[in-house]
Design a protein around this ligand. Structure first.
Ligand SMILES: Cc1cc2nc3c(=O)[nH]c(=O)nc-3n(C[C@H](O)[C@H](O)[C@H](O)COP(=O)(O)OP(=O)(O)OC[C@H]3O[C@@H](n4cnc5c(N)ncnc54)[C@H](O)[C@@H]3O)c2cc1C
Length: 404
């Protein structure tokens, strides 16, 4: 192994585990640091999450990116042994009749293959799900649910000895050296050093940055609720598919019937709230009329996690920009912007980490290895971690680099 092919990765959630496995696959040696005693204990610790792409009528870059990521994630999941998941199909139910029309028009404009998505009218949607619904919706026949903890464990197993895990270790400080990076704990003990350092520690990344480059990550609190069974279940066949609208519902086959999730921007409180269980019961009622009847929110248990989201809701992936001198600011572009050697991020997976993580990890590994990239250049730019720094420069929000 070339001595340059060594990386330190901070954070063992979906992001950190995915990039560790992709580098290990290329023969790199990875040291993975996690403050919890096991992987996938924070945002990536829900029993199941939904695998579903974003669709927009104008097929905006975020939608194209999510489609590429979704298709790649499906391929990876099919190949990976040991992951609990099911491509059981997802129905994205329309909010109302007007939204049904928009869903139809979107599919007419995009002309996507029915293997990816089709529109089911109200009657067809009810026939597919086997229960009364409020409206029809988009049907993603290969969408489904994934257990993120099992995905992280499967990726770590695949990485094998090339990934050395360091649990119950909190990285407190980074330092650049002549040939790479060193990381330290809060007692200033040296934890490790390598030519490459990857921050995959979600919301905690900004505080570790050695220079003031803005990442604009926002915490968004989310609470899911577990149900033992759906009200009125005895009169219907068991739920076999995932349902989505403003919330989502996973079928019993996923291990627990999960209803999710609350969405509180700027909130990092990890305490469970009765009001959020009540909100989740409302989401359930929207998804499956009658299914929440008689269920007391006080009887519910659940889990709280913090999503970490960039302002524009797409991930931050790549090498961090170096602060610019006042002289260089005016001509700066993403292509010409200087970068901090060896300091990379895989952050901002937000509410779609299961969709984004596999392909953006493959992208970052390709960038580090100097290989052809697995995404079109426009989408690579779209998730460049320098984009907010560049925007700040262009808006002239700051008068000199020291303010950034
Ligand atoms: C309620 C809820 C529902 C969701 N539903 C879905 C869904 O249906 N579909 C979907 O695709 N996505 C969903 N998501 C989003 C998905 O879970 C996240 O995008 C994903 O888990 C983020 O992974 P991550 O690795 O970036 O963050 P995390 O899993 O939070 O991992 C970051 C890790 O870094 C560690 N860390 C932080 N600082 C340090 C440090 N200094 N030293 C060492 N370790 C450190 C943390 O302990 C943590 O383990 C949901 C999220 C929530 C909260």
């Amino acid at each position: 192994m070339h001595s340059k092919h060594k990386a330190l990765v901070i954070g063992a959630g979906l992001a950190g585990v995915a990039i560790s496995e992709r580098l290990a696959k290329r023969g790199w040696q990875v040291d993975l640091y996690e403050r919890n005693a096991a992987p996938a204990q924070e945002a990536s610790g829900n029993p199941s999450g939904v695998l579903l792409p974003l669709l927009t009528r104008d097929d905006a870059p975020a939608a194209r990116l999510s489609r590429a990521c979704y298709l790649y994630a499906l391929r990876r999941l099919t190949e990976l042994p040991g992951v609990r998941w099911s491509p059981c199909g997802v129905l994205h139910i329309a909010r109302d009749a007007e939204h049904e029309l928009l869903q139809c028009a979107t599919l007419n404009d995009l002309n996507l293959p029915v293997k990816l998505v089709s529109f089911l009218n109200h009657a067809a949607a009810e026939a597919q799900i086997g229960r009364p619904l409020a409206h029809g919706g988009w049907w993603f026949p290969e969408g489904g649910w994934v257990d993120p903890v099992s995905l992280c464990n499967a990726l770590l197993a695949l990485g094998g000895e090339r990934i050395e895990t360091h649990y119950s270790v909190t990285v407190a400080r980074l330092e650049q050296t002549i040939d790479g990076w060193q990381i330290f704990d809060s007692a200033d003990n040296l934890l490790g050093s390598a030519p490459h350092l990857i921050l995959a520690n979600a919301q905690a990344a900004q505080a570790l940055l050695p220079c003031p480059v803005p990442l604009t990550l926002l915490p968004i609190r989310g609470q899911i609720s577990y149900l033992e069974k759906l009200a009125g279940n005895d009169n219907h066949p068991p739920l076999r598919h995932v349902l989505c609208r403003s919330g989502y519902l996973t079928p019993p086959e996923s291990g627990a019937i999960c209803i999710g999730a609350s969405f509180d921007s700027g909130d990092s409180d990890l305490q469970s709230r009765l009001s959020d269980h009540e909100g989740n019961l409302q989401r359930l009622e929207e998804l499956l009329p009658g299914a929440a009847l008689g269920i007391d929110a006080r009887s519910l248990t659940g889990r709280v996690g913090i999503r970490s989201t960039a302002r524009d809701r797409v991930p931050l992936v790549g090498t961090l920009p170096a602060p610019l001198s006042a002289k260089d600011m005016e001509q700066a572009t993403l292509a010409t912007m200087p970068r901090i050697p060896g300091l990379h991020v895989l952050l901002g997976l937000g509410a779609r980490g299961l969709v984004w993580a596999p392909l953006v990890a493959e992208l970052l590994a390709s960038q580090l290895a100097g290989e052809p990239l697995p995404l079109e250049p426009a989408l690579v730019k779209r998730i460049d971690p320098a984009r907010f720094y560049l925007q700040a420069l262009r808006r002239k929000n700051v008068s000199n680099s020291a303010d950034l």
